[in-house]
Design a binder for this molecule. Sequence first.
Ligand code: AMP
Length: 419
Amino acid sequence: MKIQSVRGMRDILPEDQKYWQFAQNLFDETSSSLGFSRLIIPSVEELSLFERGIGEATDIVEKEMFVIAAKSDDNATLALRPELTAGCVRAYIENGMKSKPQPVRLSLFGSAFRRERPQKNRYREFYQLDFEAIGDEKALWDVYIIYSSLKYLERLGLKNIRTTVNSIGCRECRPSYREKLIKYFKDNVDKLCEDCKRRLRTNPLRILDCKEPACQGLSKDAPKMLDNLCPACDEHFDYVKSSLNNLNVDFEINPQLVRGLDYYNRTVFEFNQKADTGRQSSLGGGGRYDYLFEMIGESPTPAVGVALGLDRIVNALKENSIEIPKVETKQILIVGTPDTVKQCLGASNKIFETTALTPLYFPQETAIGKQLELANKLQVDYAVIIGPDELKSGKYQLKDLKTGEQKQIKPDKLVELLS
Ligand code: AMP
């Protein structure tokens, strides 16, 4: 049987790399200029980190995890990470980052895995870019994460970004709100989709962002968390809103925005392209996650972060015909014969070490004319011909393949001329 890529997983081909490299490089530059330090974490963690951190009643943990058959050396069940934040928190704890000045600002890049129904913008392996600020409860850091995300999207050239924010309260105010919500939906239970009937028992807030039209219709008139915030949450959210206004950030408040993971509290936010009216394929989202540490059995530590989806960012760059700045690397093909391998290798190495050109050398038996045809196919810029005639005369031929111009040069002048 033919072996194929796994359903929902894909190859990212050389012709697309300019987008990926552009977006990744810009993320590196933006995150370091905003004071984030890079953290790399493993793709595999103990399953219990995600079960406890993200929440067992979330779609991600309930339906979408890739659990690994093999166990760890101490018999723990392992899973491919469905996102990076839980692993980041584990790394923060394990590496004693609490003793550093707080908040610790971290940036992460890596793949995440979810067994979702594959479709455009929804892959089973996808790439996330995270900004995380761990160890400070102040609303200023919520604003900083939103600001950092927007600066990055702006630098990419993506305009028309819709920023939506909401507050989902805290332990003080959410339980009584939850009761109100359950009562409201119970009174209308017949109209809910099957998933939401179940969510009513397990995670009623998630009903608010169900994509089914009937559930959406009901949710519009449901009690709002924003009308039920305790004074501390209210003050926190006021700070976020006024700071975003002071920064001239164009944002909308969406009372139905709850995000799909259990660890969030207070501020949650999402970034979409304005053209994406269905809000089905956000470019990124995040929020405050002050309870995640406790959920995984650690001492309370406030934090806030965002995950941006690189696959969707690349799709958006293409759809918006964003011009990717060209990195000019000119290529030069070394054309030779079996008799001149030594000279060809020497020239190739010299060009590689001392110029900005990319030397290509494929020693072969074919005639020089054939090799020049190959050079044209590869769209290289120059060819240097080192055949038996050139060895005899002590001069190489340098050909500009774009203009067809050809001249003789002494081997020791080759590099000088090319640089
Ligand atoms: P989430 O925390 O689930 O909202 O994920 C954060 C971001 O990751 C989303 O806004 C997307 O850009 C991206 N993302 C999530 N799931 C997928 C997926 N299955 N395929 C591609 N990108 C995804």
